[in-house]
Design a protein around this ligand. Structure first.
Ligand SMILES: *Cc1c(COP(=O)(O)O)cnc(C)c1O
Length: 407
C-alpha cells in the first residue's frame, strides 16, 4: 500500500481527521490490504482510488440494493434536483412516498421520514414512550440499533444514564424475553427486535415463529410497541417488511439503508394504534424533507417491485452460498454460512480470532472480490451469475490458501 493514492490520503487524514477515520468504515482494524478510499462504482463493481476493481459484497454496508449508480434511480433524482431539493417545507414527493410505503409495507397505516437509521430507531423509541407514557425499552444483547447515545454499542462518550431504561434479552430466547418484560413491570414502552439476528461476528439467525409470537403477545398484553428494526434487512427479505416471513406484524418499523438505493433516507412506518402519539412528538432535521432522496426512494421501491429484486438477490446469494460450500468441502475447510442468502455471513470453524476469516477475505480481495469476515454481507439486484462465477474463481483460490495455512 506504500506510495499508493490511498496511503497518501490516509497520511493527510491523520492530520485533519481525528484518528484518520471514524465509525464502521474505518479500516484500521481489518487487514492492511483493504482500501480506505474509493473513486467510483457501477452496478456491483467498485473501484478504489488506486484503480483496483472489486466485485462488491458489502453494498456500502447495505444502502446499495439495485446497483451503484442505477440509471433509473439517478434519472428520478436528477429530475427532482432540477426542480429543487430543500425548500421551506416538503415537496409533493413526501406524500407520494408515504402513500407508496403504506401500500408496500404490510403493517403500515402511516409513514414518517428522516435521514439515517439511527433517526428512525430513535423516533420509534420516542413514539413508543409517548404512546404508552412508560419508559422501559427491551433490546437484544448484541443487537445494533444505531450510533446515538441511547443505543450506541460502545460506552465511549455516553453515560450509564443514557441506557438506564434499556433492559436486555437474548434474541430467539422466549424465556429471556419474558424475564426482561417482567423486569420492566408496568413500565414497558417498547420491544425492539432485529429483522433477524445479525450481530457482528456471530452466526446469523432468523427469528423463530415462537419468539416472534411471544414478542407480539407481550406487547399486546402490556400495550407496549413491538418495533422491528428493519434498517439493515429492509426490502432485502420481503417487500412487505422482514417479519412478514414469520407472519407477525409489528406496531412500528424503522427503515433506512436500502430504501433509496444510496440516497440518504430514513423512514418509520406504523399502525393506527400509534398514529396519535407519532403526531405528538417533536422530531425533525434540517434535511429530513429533501425531495431528491424521496424521488430516489420512489423510483427505487417501484423498481425493486418491478424486477423482483428480492428474488434476484436470493438466487444470486444462493449461487454464491452453494459454490462456497462446495469449495469448503473440496478443500477440507470447515465453515458455517448463515443469514438469509441475500445477507450472508461466512464464519470459519475454530476461528475465534478470525484469522482464517480475514485470510480468506484478504486472498479474495487480492483477486478482485470485496468481502467481510465478521459483518453481514449484502447481495444486490445488480449481481449477475457471471459476477458470482468470477467471485467463485477468487474464493476457490482463497479457500485453497486457508487450507494450506491452517490444514
Ligand atoms: C445501520 C443500522 C442502524 C443505524 O443506521 P444509520 O443509518 O447508520 O444511523 C440501525 N439498525 C440497524 C439494524 C442497522 O444495520
Amino acid at each position: 500500500m506504500h506510495n499508493s493514492v490511498d496511503a497518501a490520503l490516509r497520511d493527510r487524514a491523520q492530520r485533519v481527521i481525528p484518528n484518520g477515520m471514524w465509525g464502521h468504515m474505518n479500516v484500521a482494524r481489518i487487514p492492511a490490504a483493504y482500501p480506505q478510499y474509493f473513486a467510483r462504482a457501477e452496478g456491483c463493481h467498485l473501484w478504489d482510488v488506486d484503480g483496483r476493481e472489486y466485485v462488491d459484497f458489502m453494498c456500502a454496508y447495505g444502502p446499495m440494493l439495485l446497483g451503484y449508480n442505477d440509471a433509473d434511480v439517478n434519472r428520478a433524482a436528477d429530475e427532482q434536483r432540477a426542480q429543487g431539493d430543500i425548500f421551506n417545507g416538503p415537496s409533493a414527493r413526501l406524500v407520494e412516498l408515504a402513500e407508496l410505503m403504506v401500500e408496500t409495507v404490510a403493517h403500515a397505516d402511516w409513514a414518517m421520514f428522516q435521514k439515517n437509521g439511527s433517526d428512525a430507531t430513535t423516533t420509534c423509541a420516542m413514539i413508543a414512550r409517548e404512546a404508552t407514557g412508560k419508559r422501559k425499552i427491551l433490546v437484544a444483547n448484541g443487537a445494533y440499533h444505531g450510533a446515538v447515545p441511547w443505543c450506541n454499542p460502545y460506552p465511549n462518550g455516553a453515560t450509564a444514564e443514557d441506557r438506564v431504561h434499556l433492559i436486555r434479552y437474548d434474541f430467539n430466547d422466549v424465556a429471556s424475553l419474558e424475564r426482561a418484560a417482567a423486569d420492566a413491570g408496568d413500565d414497558l414502552a417498547g420491544v425492539f427486535v432485529s429483522a433477524f439476528k445479525h450481530d457482528l461476528g456471530k452466526t446469523h439467525e432468523a427469528p423463530t415463529r415462537e419468539f416472534a409470537q411471544a414478542a407480539r403477545r407481550i406487547c399486546d398484553k402490556s400495550g407496549a410497541a413491538l418495533i422491528v428494526d428493519d434498517v439493515r434487512a429492509g426490502f432485502r427479505l420481503h417487500m412487505g417488511g422482514s417479519w412478514e416471513l414469520v407472519g407477525v406484524k409489528p406496531d412500528l418499523t424503522a427503515w433506512s439503508k436500502a430504501i433509496a438505493n444510496g440516497y440518504a433516507l430514513g423512514a418509520v412506518t406504523g399502525n393506527d394504534k400509534f398514529r396519535a402519539a407519532a403526531g405528538r412528538i417533536f422530531v425533525t432535521g434540517s434535511f429530513w424533507c429533501g425531495a431528491v432522496s424521496m424521488a430516489a426512494g420512489l423510483a427505487s421501491i417501484r423498481k425493486m417491485k418491478e424486477i423482483d429484486a428480492v428474488g434476484v438477490m436470493q438466487r444470486m446469494g444462493q449461487r454464491l452460498r452453494d459454490g462456497i460450500d462446495a469449495q469448503a468441502k473440496a478443500h477440507g475447510v470447515k465453515l458455517q454460512q448463515s443469514g438469509p442468502a441475500q445477507m450472508p455471513v461466512i464464519l470459519f470453524d475454530d476461528d475465534a480470532d478470525r484469522k482464517k476469516g480475514w485470510l480468506f477475505c484478504s486472498e479474495a480481495l487480492k483477486r478482485g472480490v470485496y468481502m467481510h469476515a465478521t459483518h453481514t454481507m449484502f447481495l444486490s439486484a445488480a449481481h449477475t451469475a457471471a459476477d458470482i462465477d468470477r467471485t467463485l474463481d477468487a474464493t476457490d483460490a482463497a479457500m485453497a490458501e486457508v487450507a494450506r495455512q491452517f490444514g
